[in-house]
Write a protein that binds this ligand. Structure first.
Ligand SMILES: [Zn+2]
Length: 599
């Protein structure tokens, strides 16, 4: 999906990488270098670099990098073309339509229009006489008018096709309505409304588009599930959206837990009503997955905005199970996480109604950590008044304690447990340490096993790098220097280097892509490649340019690199079967060259 050179030039001119990134990251200028805290991994000292000259960013901590489009793709969770559109809209440019995948992007646009129109239709219906029952349901749940408007809540009328008729009048086709999943074909092949007689919750993405709907039935006697969500559409993937994230991403909520407002966090709830109730009570950092378990994608999205998450699921068994699952997922992603302990209420919504926002705020502040939760559950499970119960509880608790990485934290819990069970803390500590040692040994064994089959970390960008390390590194130096000094291309041509002179497939591919840009346009920067390379490849190129590109400054140094590449290539040709394919003359030449290498 190549965009025209003219358009890219215009976008390049208007979207300075430093200006765009500084809308997300606090950047500090020191001399020529611009640095900040990386938004893609959590860190305390800045290793995130932005280069205005080269119009690229690169993080020395996590290796993420690329051009301004890659940055927007990653931080806003968008596809390439969506990121281009996002940037273009920001600076008032129009993306030339003939260059993008016309049909799909047009349909997406139409679906978003349908969704917006549908949300308006539902909102109107809620406030019309037919919506009286739905409105009183929301009022009973103590939602005020301001909240109803803010969340755009609505009502899907109790009729077969009132929405379909309305959308037809507005000029939308049946095909478009079905694609948007607001209408379906009935068994008799009539087009009918997808949501009927339900309270409606529009689902809004990070850019403020209505992408889908959730509908709650009005009475238990009605048919269908309690909550019904839109199926997936070209504009809606449910595992990539969090409810109310459009508000929470800019939440200013802070308290002592978030340490002077610096370390912001989200409150992760189970459903729409909890989120809305929390927002109304002033906790506008509440979000929820869309009626399914939390996904890795959703955790990644959260991690782009906050360093921590407080899990506030229902207090019943299912809710606690979900909390544990979410905890593991969030913890794995490196975010801080705590589980909120709701006492005497089944969910956050009920808690706030019963005890008020202030008490909920206090609860947040002393939300206990997951390990405390787990220990409490273990204590409940066994009768610790009996010896056998005590032994069982101790066994299980030791396993949980062995999972704590911080030794001080571990000690705190050990001494608490020792008091609770009247067992000496030394005995517990010994038990825990044994488990830790066993686990470490098994990890070491695993590592040794991995080493023996030569499974060091994979390089997913250049899969041959591990096997052909010196060649791959040499190639990276050449590509990086070529990027910083496009005039070096002449030297490559003089030496008759083309893509087949490269050793690894990735090197070959990258060289021919770069060569194509160098020979066909005046500008060589990362943006010229972002439509062609994957985000991972963009990161690698940003790394190569940042780390290797600046090391080579003279044409003599560059020529030396070319010699090394040739040498690597010859090394390759004499290994394996290729030597058998050479005719006598080529073999002679090769032997001569190799003996030159040795001198
Ligand atoms: Zn980073």
């Amino acid at each position: 999906m190549a965009l025209s050179e003219d358009f890219l030039n215009e976008l390049r001119l208007r979207c300075d990488i430093e200006t765009i990134i500084s809308q997300y990251v606090v950047l500090k200028k020191r001399g020529r270098s611009i640095t900040g805290l990386c938004p893609f991994h959590s860190e305390k000292t800045p290793s995130f670099h932005v280069s205005s000259d080269k119009q690229l960013f690169y993080c020395f901590g996590c290796g993420t990098g690329g051009d301004v489009i890659t940055f927007i793709m990653k931080i806003e969770n968008l596809s390439y073309i969506e990121a281009v559109e996002f940037l273009a809209a920001k600076v008032g440019l129009e993306v030339p339509q003939n260059n993008v995948d016309d049909k799909v992007s047009k349909l997406k646009g139409r679906i978003l229009e349908i969704n917006r129109e549908t949300a308006k239709f539902f909102y109107k219906a809620l406030n019309a006489p037919q919506g009286a029952e739905a409105l009183s349901y929301l009022k009973n749940r103590k939602l005020d008018d301001k909240t109803i408007t803010r969340f755009g809540l609505g009502f899907a009328p109790n009729s077969w096709d009132s929405l379909v008729k309305h959308l037809k009048k507005k000029g939308f086709s049946e095909y478009e309505m079905v694609a948007a999943q607001v209408a379906i074909k009935s068994r008799k092949d009539n087009l009918i409304d997808f949501f009927r007689n339900r309270v409606m919750f529009p689902i809004i993405d990070l850019r403020g588009n209505v992408v889908a709907f959730g509908g709650r039935k009005l009475s238990e006697q009605d048919n269908g599930p309690k909550y019904l969500n839109s199926p997936e559409t070209p504009v809606f993937q449910k595992n990539r959206v969090l409810y109310a994230m459009n508000f929470a991403k800019t939440s200013q909520y802070s308290d002592t837990l978030s340490k002077n407002g610096r370390d912001r966090y989200f409150i992760l709830c189970e459903g729409y009503m909890d989120v809305i109730a929390l927002h109304q009570a002033g906790f506008d950092n509440a979000v929820a997955p869309l009626g399914t378990a939390l996904t890795e994608n959703q955790v990644n999205i959260m991690s782009k905005y906050v360093p921590g998450v407080v899990i506030a699921t229902d207090s019943d068994e299912a809710g606690q199970k979900a909390a544990k699952r979410s905890f593991e997922l969030i913890d794995k992603a490196g975010l801080g996480t705590k589980i909120l302990k709701l006492r005497d209420a089944k969910d956050p919504d009920e808690y706030i109604k019963k005890f008020g926002a202030e008490r909920f705020g206090m609860l947040l502040n002393d939300s206990i950590s997951a390990i405390e939760n787990e220990l409490e559950a273990i204590m409940k499970k066994y009768d610790t008044d009996t010896d056998s119960g005590k032994v069982q509880a101790l066994k299980e608790a030791s396993k949980a304690l062995a999972g704590i990485n911080n030794a001080i934290e571990r000690d705190v819990y050990i001494s608490r447990l020792s008091q609770k069970l009247s067992v000496s803390s030394q005995a517990i500590a010994q038990n825990v340490n044994n488990i830790i040692r066993q686990r470490q040994n098994s990890i070491k064994r695993q590592e040794r096993a991995n080493l023996s089959v030569n499974v060091s970390p994979k390089d997913t960008v250049n899969v041959q790098k591990r096997k052909l390390l010196s060649a791959a590194v040499c190639e990276e130096w050449i590509l990086g220097s070529l990027f910083c000094h496009p005039d070096f291309y002449k030297i490559l041509k003089n030496e008759q280097i083309d893509s087949s002179s490269f050793v690894t497939d990735w090197g070959k591919k990258m060289f021919s892509i770069i060569e194509n840009v160098v020979t066909s346009s005046d500008t060589l920067d990362l943006m010229s490649l972002s439509g062609v390379l994957s985000p991972d490849e963009m990161s690698r190129m940003a790394e190569v340019i940042t780390k290797d590109g600046s090391r080579i400054n003279t044409s003599e140094q560059f020529s030396e690199l070319i010699e090394s590449l040739k040498k690597e290539k010859r090394k390759q040709s004499i290994s394996g079967d290729s030597i058998k394919m050479l005719d006598d003359q080529s073999l002679k030449n090769l032997i001569e060259e190799i003996s030159k290498d040795k001198k």
